[in-house]
Design a protein around this ligand. Structure first.
Ligand SMILES: C[S@@+](CC[C@H](N)C(=O)[O-])C[C@H]1O[C@@H](n2cnc3c(N)ncnc32)[C@H](O)[C@@H]1O
Length: 230
């Protein structure tokens, strides 16, 4: 993740609320995304409440990166993609609208799940859904592809840089989550596709092959594919 902007506004659970949006701004954004136009981040982020917009450049995937990652992950409209730590839903919303495939985001902060659901409603993004919980509790075997924007790094940031204090964050938690992620990746179905932006913080299991590395946004987008067992 890039360094925090000077103005980093921390979320607190009292400020993360579903945005009150008219239908039309969301429709205009959705139309552009369906035509695979990588609109400016500030235009997409206008769908969000101010506190969520203010942390976007550090915590949420830029539109152009989300669009490219979705293109790399989706092989056809039947592809089911899981965003591991979906935050305000930006990756899933852009991906679902641009590709027509089905995107699920799992997020441990309930307030952000509400924000993502409200943005999905405003955009009419029916192929994006968001669930509240820790990522390892969702049935990974039902997904074909996974996206990680370095979700566990926040555990080792100083407390002043945390998004909020609504979840437990610690280096022990970081280690536990990385262990879960490595185990789940090792058990994913053959041919599973993984995209990482700023990496995922752990060691990709040996059964995966790195197919592409592309400089994009403030880092690299990587595409990994699980080789079929011999
Ligand atoms: C860097 S943000 C990326 C958000 C989103 N994927 C995007 O790209 O716009 C990482 C998100 O992962 C969430 N997260 C971290 N650990 C998690 C866990 N164990 N289970 C579910 N969500 C988690 C954080 O709350 C945060 O919203």
């Amino acid at each position: 993740m890039p360094p925090p902007p000077e103005h980093l506004a921390l979320l607190d659970s009292s400020t993360v609320r579903a945005p009150k949006l008219g239908v039309r701004p969301g429709r205009r954004v959705a139309e552009l995304l369906r035509r695979e136009v990588a609109l400016a981040d500030e235009d997409f982020d206008a769908l969000y409440p101010e506190a969520v917009r203010e942390v976007s450049s550090r915590y949420w995937t830029p539109v152009a990166v989300a669009m490219r990652a979705a293109q790399l992950l989706v092989t056809d409209r039947s592809t089911r993609v899981l965003d591991v730590g979906s935050g305000a839903g930006k990756f899933c919303l852009v991906g679902a609208l641009a590709t027509g495939a089905s995107f699920t985001g799992v997020e441990h902060r309930a307030g952000l799940v509400e924000v993502a659901q409200a943005a999905a409603a405003s955009l009419g993004a029916r192929r994006a859904r968001f669930v509240h919980g820790r990522f390892h509790t969702v049935p990974w075997e039902t997904f074909d592809a996974f996206y990680f924007f370095n979700p566990f790094a926040e555990n080792v940031f100083p407390a002043s840089e945390h998004l909020d204090a609504s979840v437990e964050l610690s280096s022990d938690r970081c280690l536990a989550d990385l262990t879960f992620a490595e185990e789940l990746l090792a058990r994913a179905k053959d041919g599973a596709r993984i995209a990482t932006y700023h990496g995922f913080g752990g060691q990709m299991p040996g059964s995966y092959e790195l197919l592409r590395t592309e400089p994009l946004g403030s880092d690299y987008l990587e595409l990994w594919v699980k080789r079929p067992r011999a």
